[in-house]
Design a protein around this ligand. Structure first.
Ligand code: ADP
Length: 528
């Protein structure tokens, strides 16, 4: 078949102009659909072709997604990459210039026979690897000039850049959407402070949390105004450094609690440029924590009252002694008053001393019951232990148990809720005494040692050690080997110690068991 070769040595001026226009439009295309629409009309404009196809690579297939032609081509169809010329283009990363399709073995002639196409130019669209192809088709056989090819290839290159930018924009929109969803799900608001301009951007949720109108402009000062005056300095510190000093901040009127976290973002040289962060309303969590705290204090108080119930008879005995002695002294004084006033006075003084002893005992008990309020103060760990030992010794059952206290000299002060820590010690002592039952040697030693920023207290006994069944569930409530035991003592002890920043654990002794716990030293002692 003779070829009707139509030589087209020059590309009309308007072709280049159309390309420039297209490049401008492509630069602002929002998504792939926009890009395809621009390419479809521009390809036809610059080439003067009778038909245009835009083909996307879809895995191992070519997907003919769009066309603009004088007769139907293959819009919406998919072919294997190896079965069509667009696939050849993408696989070989080359343009295909075909003056007569029926003379070219790369063309699937059967697919072309129902169409008007006689010649074509197909160019790949690629960033690193071809992702698409642009096909230009003519209803006659013809040759193509280098300029014509260059023009269509230039469109292919511009298209690839536009697709990459559109995909980037799309994924940015999607990731913004995902971020908004994640923030929403976590009940979080987000904010970002530009350190250069002091401009602040915040999500509507964040503005609401800071008590501002979500639609109104919002700056650094508005955000600070949403925080309680006493907490503002800490918040300002966060904005300047990206470091959180506090976990929670009160809202301006103090009715709500906000958790604020931030992160400093630096430029390439390490210069801080902005602080980004999140905010969360944690009022409910805070209230739950407070409820838990008061519940724990209440539990400790109830446990103490139970202990006191058990100690009541021992205490009656303990108080009886000085009271009986005082009464005897007073009787004697009465009798001696006339005969020997000096002796009578001495008896009265002795009676007084007995009353003082009674008062001491009562005061100790009162202190031990406590008010159920958690208060941490600087305490002398040795003294704390000594008081507990004295109380423990008072109970009749403990009489035949030797109790020792070994304390390091020069111990730093500890920051504790004394009442609660004494309860822990008392529970451990009572467990030790109960465990020793009929043991030949019945000895409990409390030792107090300093360990860095902590003071370690250990209660060691000479009993049989832990029952293996209990050892596996130690510190879990309701595991007990005692008839009538509740099995909450140790779990409560651990909670009390942890709430005060320490740890409580068990160490097997030889013989017996040792329960050890730590409490923090005061801030002053830690820094000195
Ligand atoms: P309870 O004293 O009501 O049983 P605890 O939680 O204080 O509850 O103790 C749980 C169990 O741990 C006790 O029943 C006992 O078997 C074991 N236990 C605790 N302290 C010791 C100890 N010093 N020696 C041996 N066993 C102990």
């Amino acid at each position: 078949m003779a070829l009707a070769m139509l030589k087209n040595p020059t590309v009309p001026q308007h072709g280049w102009q159309a390309l420039v226009r297209a490049i401008e439009q492509l630069a602002t295309a929002n998504d792939l659909a926009d890009v395809i629409a621009i390419v479809r009309s521009t390809a036809r404009d610059i080439s003067g072709a009778d038909g245009i196809c835009f083909v996307l690579r879809d895995g191992e297939c070519c997907h003919y997604v769009e066309e603009l032609a004088i007769g139907p081509l293959w819009k919406g169809k998919r072919f294997p990459l190896t079965a069509c010329i667009s696939g050849w283009c993408m696989l070989n990363d080359q343009s295909a210039v075909i003056p007569d399709i029926y003379l070219d073995p790369r063309i699937p002639h059967d697919a072309y026979r129902p169409t008007f196409v006689k010649s074509l130019v197909m160019v790949p669209v690629k960033t690193t690897k071809p992702i698409a192809a642009i096909g230009t088709y003519w209803a006659e056989t013809r040759e193509f000039s280098d300029d014509e090819l260059a023009l269509i290839e230039a469109l292919g290159r511009s298209t690839s850049a536009a697709i990459a930018a559109a995909q980037l924009r799309q994924s940015l929109v999607e990731s913004e959407h995902r971020l908004a969803m994640a923030l929403d799900a976590g009940g979080l608001g987000a904010w970002e402070l530009n350190l250069g301009t002091c401009e602040l951007i915040a999500t509507p949720a964040a503005k609401i949390m800071f008590g501002a109108d979500p639609d109104a402009p919002f700056g650094r000062d508005d955000l600070l105004a949403g925080i309680h005056p006493d907490d503002r300095e800490a918040a300002a510190w966060l904005f300047e450094t990206g470091l959180s000093r506090d976990e929670e901040y009160r809202s301006a009127d103090g009715s709500r609690r906000l958790e604020l976290r931030g992160r400093m973002v630096t430029d390439g040289d390490g210069t801080p440029v902005r602080v980004t962060g999140v905010v969360r309303d944690v009022t409910e969590r805070h209230q739950a924590k407070e409820r838990l705290e008061s519940l724990r204090s209440e539990l400790v108080r109830v446990a103490r009252l139970n202990d006191l119930g058990a100690m009541a008879s021992a205490l009656a005995h303990e108080l009886n002694q000085p009271l009986a002695a005082a009464s005897n002294y007073l009787h004697a004084a009465e009798r001696l008053m006339d005969r020997d006033p000096a002796q009578a006075l001495s008896a009265i003084t002795k009676a007084e001393a007995q009353f003082v002893r009674t008062k001491d005992i009562i005061q100790r008990i009162r202190g031990f019951v406590g008010q159920g309020k958690s208060e941490r103060t600087a305490e002398d760990a040795e003294l704390v232990c000594r008081e507990v030992l004295e109380l423990a010794r008072m109970t009749a059952r403990h009489d035949d148990v030797a109790m020792y206290l070994k304390a390091d000299t020069g111990l730093p002060k500890v920051q504790i809720d004394k009442v609660q820590i004494q309860q822990v010690l008392f529970n451990l002592l009572r467990n030790a005494v109960e465990a020793m039952g009929d043991s030949a040697t019945r000895r409990v030693t409390i030792s107090v040692t300093a360990e860095g920023d902590m003071v370690k207290l250990a209660v060691a006994d000479t009993g049989p050690g832990l029952d293996p069944d209990i050892a596996a569930h130690l510190f879990q409530p309701f595991h007990t080997t005692k008839e009538g035991g509740m099995g909450v003592g140790l779990s409560l002890c651990r909670k009390i110690v942890e709430a005060q920043g320490g740890k409580l654990w068990h160490e097997p002794g030889n013989p017996g068991a040792t329960f050890v716990f730590t409490v923090p030293v005061t801030e002053q002692a830690a820094t000195s």
